[in-house]
Design a binder for this molecule. Structure first.
Ligand SMILES: [Zn+2]
Length: 1016
């Protein structure tokens, strides 16, 4: 899944300690957090069976117990707490885990659980508080038939699942949420009913459990173990408006845009398959799926696999489409979609048909995504040495989608703005984002779908890897993008930003209950995960790394695996102890900062250099406690060939001291000692004054990624107090002639962080900072102009592409710093644009120009933006306008924009755009924070209850992201924490911590930096 959709504007909004992505994550629902000790409501005998999965209760007396206390008929939802309390106390929270031997499942498949070391569990549980289903029976094949009604938004469902019996049991428990179950019938292998024929004997779990249980009037006994029984459940559900489960999405009727119609589509990851149909909704419980949909006969019906049969009912004007059976896979990857679409298609060289499904009349907008998909599927087939395993790949763009895109096997669903591309209308950074997201989702077809994480605590394996290899695919397909430079300003800076907080988490994070899963679709799983993989690849070498990946995919195809399995495969390929090297990066929160200091050693230019490490925290070195101070990492130093004889490969202790000769410095291409060459390491470096002076002279000779690394580290160290911000500002002299987009992107980011922290400094200081920024970016705008050649006609494609990105950034920053000439030009162009000259504002500059027009204008410009929003003909255009609508300096207009945000005019998926835009400006930060608190009910009413990366959590993050005082941090906690918004706690504590770090920076920097700025 691509959970973060905020990065589109990263170049204009990013700041250090609060990457937009970090807040663009979790789901919030009204359900109470699951507490293991109080959540059991199934009968006690059944609960015990769940706790003792390995204790094969295969004797008569245990069967007697299983029967005791079992209700025979429960017709309505019941939450039975009876008898649950005592036995529930055996649920453990132990964290020491060991893999169990493999268990044989249907069809020769095997699964392996994590064994809890707790003395009470004694067996096959993945730790008692992980809220796992009992494994007395496990699914091998589902047949699911759904009949959605696109007018009433109700659907009927019938699900028959084949279950393998592993243990005697008196009940069958599965996941179900927001479903009405009419009946549940269990037939044994002989066809005899085991449920009460007078049923239905269905017991719903507590809200937090999201389960239902079918009671067995005649329990499954030892004699049934090893046999296959079937469970048939009839149920109804709602095509909800929560963007989770099986939900509806509105679109204008193709022949009459005034008419609103609805399509129905699924989003199941992580735990919303259970909102659509009863199932065993855990990633390790893979099964095959036979999907059938009965839909209006004029609609397109899609699922993971190609159609097998279609039968029509002329009277009912419906068709029933049955799809081919899927390979074994996890429930969260099942998908289907019913709507009106056009498509374009192409075959990969390997013969897989790829189709892009677009809104009717817009199929040519799928061309770029289609080309990228065809290239990516071929690339990954070769990379993993394993052909794409399904016969087809459908990709569909839907108007409402909470995440960016979802990698369902064979049916990838995208937010429309992340799949549809229009030449001349889609900005260059949005095009790049589309390419990257396609690569990411298709990487998952192998890494995630074919080999799946065992449990959600391993989410980073899916997401970190898909992120990294998605970029690798783009490097292959679009070399002119210079992907690995951009990786730094996207993934690496986001990962380093979020992981600089104490409230961050390790890459491998314990996940107890479903509700917590949504919290970790964040920059740690995605960005830090991808960075540590890149660091490892650069350590092992590309070919060795690929060999290990191939081994891993081959070994675990159609099954589940964890981090240790990946390290095992890479160790076999490389002969190195990969687990020993990597555990500090995946099991520990945070990362190190290396401090480099040198002193002369004699007269011949030799220096004694010391490199020491300690944890980097946004709150600064003084805030480290003893335990934090004691943590070390195994850090690849990467000083380059010239220093090979002196500098160790790996810093494994807290300090290393070595001699560096003048001849080594002379031999180095850059003439200075720079660590983390190539910037593949996930850490920061601070240099003392003498090394910094050498580096500053060497900057023009450095590669692009190293130039980025120097300035990025300098601003980060300034922001957190590991060095002075003035040092970073003075370094900028060395960059004035730089022509690299990524370098300037990082400079913009560094200044953006400073501007955000200083928003309540005196006017003369903020104005001086604005002038400083304007003076940096104005010469770039002067040099590049507002428009230029674009496309394949330009002689050097790479130069043309990079120039396009740099122009977009330079104009956006010049406008944000209110450079007068740029502001006047934006105003002129905006006026021509709203007067009907669509070409007056180049596509790349549209968002920045809209914001500038509102910033310099008033109510009239606000109304003009609203009109542009209403007439937008793509969701990308809509989001560009929304992203500008909070940019006013007038508090009344900002409030009007925030009021507009809670009207029906704004889609749920876009809920954070206006809030983020307003919170990004000096004038807006306080207005947003006050408005959100005053209007919380409206905000929660509209955006609450959704799936992963719900609008609500993003809004929470954006509402307070810009503040910079201790009092604000306390107010944030006081307002949000008592609300106990599910899945939002981490966002709140991260926001408060980032605000405190900014407050500390103001305390530290305000005077010296203010003086420095005023002297410029
Ligand atoms: Zn993903």
């Amino acid at each position: 899944m691509q959970a973060c959709t905020q990065r589109l504007n990263a170049s204009t909004t990013r700041s250090l300690a609060n990457p937009a992505c970090a807040t663009a994550t979790a789901r919030a629902t009204h359900a109470a957090p699951v507490r293991a000790s109080a959540s059991r409501s199934v009968p006690s005998s059944h609960a015990r069976s769940a706790h003792s999965r390995n204790r094969s209760a295969r004797n008569a007396s245990s069967n007697d117990k299983l029967n005791a206390g079992m209700p025979t008929s429960i017709g309505s939802p019941v939450a039975s707490k009876a008898a649950a309390e005592t036995e529930d106390s055996v649920l453990c929270r132990s964290v020491e885990e060991k893999r169990t031997p493999l268990i044989n499942l249907e069809g020769g498949r095997q699964i392996s659980y994590v064994r809890c070391s707790c003395s009470k569990c004694q067996g096959l549980v993945m730790c008692g508080d992980k809220q796992l289903l009992p494994t007395a029976v496990t699914p091998s094949h589902y047949d699911l038939h759904l009949t959605p009604n696109l007018q009433t938004f109700a659907y009927d469902g019938e699900m028959t699942v084949k279950l393998t019996v592993h243990e005697p049991t008196d009940a069958v428990t599965f996941h179900a949420r927001d479903l009405k179950i009419a009946s549940g019938v269990v037939l044994d292998s002989a066809g005899a009913e085991r449920t009460n024929p007078g049923g239905p004997d269905v017991l719903y779990g507590d809200e937090g459990q999201e389960t239902a249980t079918v009671a067995l009037a005649r329990p499954l006994t030892e004699a049934d173990v090893g046999s296959t029984v079937t469970l048939t459940v009839k149920f109804t559900g709602e095509l909800n408006d929560k963007l989770a489960g099986f939900y509806r999405s509105a679109y204008p009727a193709p022949e009459n845009p005034e008419e609103t119609r609805y399509l129905a589509v699924t989003q199941f990851e992580p735990t919303d398959a259970r909102r659509c149909f009863p199932c065993w909704d855990e990633p390790a419980l893979k099964a095959t799926f036979g999907m059938t949909l009965t839909v209006p006969d004029d609609r397109v019906a899609l699922s993971n696999m190609p159609e097998a049969t279609v039968s029509k009912d002329a009277a009912a004007k419906t068709k029933t489409v049955t799809f081919q059976t899927t390979p074994v896979m996890s429930t969260y990857l099942l998908a289907f979609c019913v709507g009106e679409f056009d498509f374009i298609e192409a075959d990969t060289p390997e013969g897989v048909t790829v189709r892009c499904w677009t809104p009717v009349g817009k199929k040519e907008q799928g061309t770029f995504a289609l080309d990228t998909a065809v290239g990516s599927l071929s690339f990954f087939g070769e990379y993993f040495d394993s052909p794409y395993p399904l016969p087809k790949m459908d990709m569909v763009a839907v108007p409402d989608f909470s995440a960016g895109a979802m990698e369902n096997w064979g049916l990838v669903v995208y937010r429309a703005s992340l799949m549809l591309y229009e030449e001349g209308k889609t900005p260059v950074n949005a095009k790049q984002r589309i390419g990257y997201v396609v690569g990411h989702e298709l990487a998952h077809q192998w890494f995630g779908n074919l080999v799946t994480m065992e449990w959600w605590s391993q989410l980073w394996l899916n997401e970190g890897f898909a992120t990294w290899v998605g970029w690798r695919a783009m490097d292959h397909l679009y070399p002119e993008w210079r992907v690995w430079s951009q990786f730094l300003v996207n993934e690496q800076s986001m990962g380093l930003g979020l992981d600089s907080l104490r409230s961050s988490h390790p890459v491998e994070v314990p996940i107890a209950a479903a509700a917590q899963v949504t919290e970790i679709f964040d920059a740690i799983s995605y960005s830090k995960g991808s960075c540590v993989i890149r660091m490892l690849e650069s350590h092992l070498g590309e070919a060795t790394f690929r060999e290990g990946m191939r081994l891993y995919v081959r070994r675990h195809a159609y099954a589940n695996a964890g981090t240790t399995d990946l390290w095992q495969a890479l160790s076999e390929a490389s002969g190195e102890d990969v687990a020993g090297l990597m555990s500090c990066w995946t099991a520990q929160t945070g990362y190190p900062i290396l401090t480099v200091a040198s002193s002369p050693n004699g007269d011949d230019g030799e220096t004694v250099v010391s490199v020491s490490q300690r944890r980097y925290l946004a709150s600064g070195p003084d805030s480290l406690n003893d335990a934090e101070n004691a943590v070390t990492w195994k850090v690849p130093l990467r000083a380059g060939d010239a220093f090979e004889a002196s500098v160790p490969d790996l810093l494994e202790t807290d300090m290393a001291v070595f001699d560096v000769s003048q001849s080594q410095r002379d031999e180095s291409a850059m003439g200075a000692l720079k660590l983390n060459l190539g910037q593949s390491g996930f850490y920061r470096v601070a240099y003392d004054a003498s090394e910094r002076a050498r580096l500053k002279r060497a900057i023009p000779n450095m590669d692009e990624v190293d130039r980025v690394g120097i300035v990025s580290d300098a601003f980060a160290c300034g922001a957190s107090g590991y060095a002075s911000t003035v040092d970073a500002l003075e370094l900028l002299d060395a960059y004035r002639a730089d022509a690299s987009y990524v370098v300037w992107s990082d400079v913009a980011s560094g200044l953006g962080g400073l501007t955000a922290a200083f928003f309540e400094q005196p006017d003369d200081v903020t104005e001086a900072l604005g002038r400083f920024g304007a003076n940096l970016f104005a010469p770039l705008v002067e040099r590049l102009g507002w428009e230029g050649e674009r496309g394949p006609d330009e002689e050097d494609e790479e130069d043309a592409y990079q120039t396009q990105l740099l122009r977009q950034l330079a104009v956006a920053r010049a406008l944000a710093f209110e450079e007068p000439k740029a502001v006047a030009e934006a105003k002129r162009r905006f006026e021509a644009y709203v007067a009907g000259d669509a070409g007056a504002v180049p596509a790349d500059l549209r968002g920045a120009v809209f914001a500038a027009a509102l910033r310099g204008g008033g109510a009239a410009e606000f109304e003009q933006l609203k009109a542009l929003y209403e007439s937008a003909d793509s969701s990308l255009e809509e989001s560009l306008v929304l992203g500008a609508m909070g940019a006013s300096k007038d508090a009344d207009i900002i409030r009007a924009a925030l009021d507009f945000n809670v009207t029906d005019a704004v889609r749920k998926q876009d809920g954070a755009a206006i809030v983020g835009s307003a919170a990004g400006s000096r004038a807006g930060k306080r207005v947003v924070w006050d408005w959100v608190r005053e209007n919380w009910d409206a905000v929660e009413g509209k955006f609450g209850g959704g799936g992963v990366s719900s609008g609500l959590t993003r809004i929470i993050g954006a509402s307070c992201a810009g503040l910079a005082s201790e009092a604000d941090a306390e107010a944030i906690e006081a307002f949000y924490l008592p609300k106990k918004i599910e899945g939002a706690d981490r966002t709140v504590s991260q926001a408060a911590e980032a605000v405190r770090a900014r407050a500390a920076r103001v305390e530290r920097d305000a005077e010296t930096v203010g003086k420095w700025l005023l002297a410029q």
